[in-house]
Design a protein around this ligand. Sequence first.
Ligand SMILES: [Fe+2]
Ligand SMILES: [Fe+2]
Length: 292
Amino acid sequence: MKNKTNNSINNPMDNIDDWEENLIERYPDPETPAKEKEEFRNYVDSERVDTVKEFYRINHINQTYDFVCKKEEEFLKFDKKEMSLWEAVDFLNTLVDDSDPDIDLDQLQHLLQTSEAIRADGHPDWFVLTGFLHDIGKVLCLFGEPQWAVVGDTFPVGCKFSDKIVYPEFFEQNPDSKDERYNTKYGVYTPNCGLDNVKMSWGHDEYLYQILKDYLPEPALYMIRYHSFYSQHREEDYNHLMNEKDLEMFEWVKKFNPYDLYTKAPVKPDVKALRPYYEALVSKYLPEVLKF
Ligand SMILES: [Fe+2]
Ligand SMILES: [Fe+2]
């Protein structure tokens, strides 16, 4: 067994996006032929399966109600850095892959593939912009946050964890599972109180939502805030906390998800050619400087 440093204990995955391989296995593209799905299953690398499982284990143990409150206090002051959206994209792109930088797409390429697929389908410009910026919250990693507090499925804290969340068995070791304030169906919430009143596990989704909440139309904000909330947008296991508006807005979250998951083509987008279009789009909606 390798000698693990504290850093690798907190960050078991070589690449912050390795968990997405597990997502595609859980939720295969309905448009991919069965044969390719089979090939994908054969390709899924067993070492990666282990590191992703370890990633979820520490995520599920550590994402408690109390932990989320502490992270909100720490990060929602927005006193870490001031950047334009472009500086944030460049900053995010300094996240390097420890395993194989040649085969994986960098962060900017993932963003552009997502947004270009949305644009090709003729959606409104704010939807395209949402695709382009939806993962910028991953800069949390560059502020020294562990992987398990940046990426992975998100889920409500403060009430019972759904068994539709990936690897639900790991929640047994989350202290909230034994805390009677938090381990009932509703926990600290009331029936259909609305997601705006529900604390989600801490990660790049909530963080970016909080940064952008004054600048984008509501459906865009829902897509950003809940794009990793698979136990609702795929499994609908938290309907009891949703209000009417949430249900309506989740149609957009569902519409966004396939662009996020299934547009990782090996063809790399032409960053230089696309830049002017995105510059105009970013300046249409966002201020010059954003506070992180
Ligand atoms: Fe994401
Ligand atoms: Fe993404």
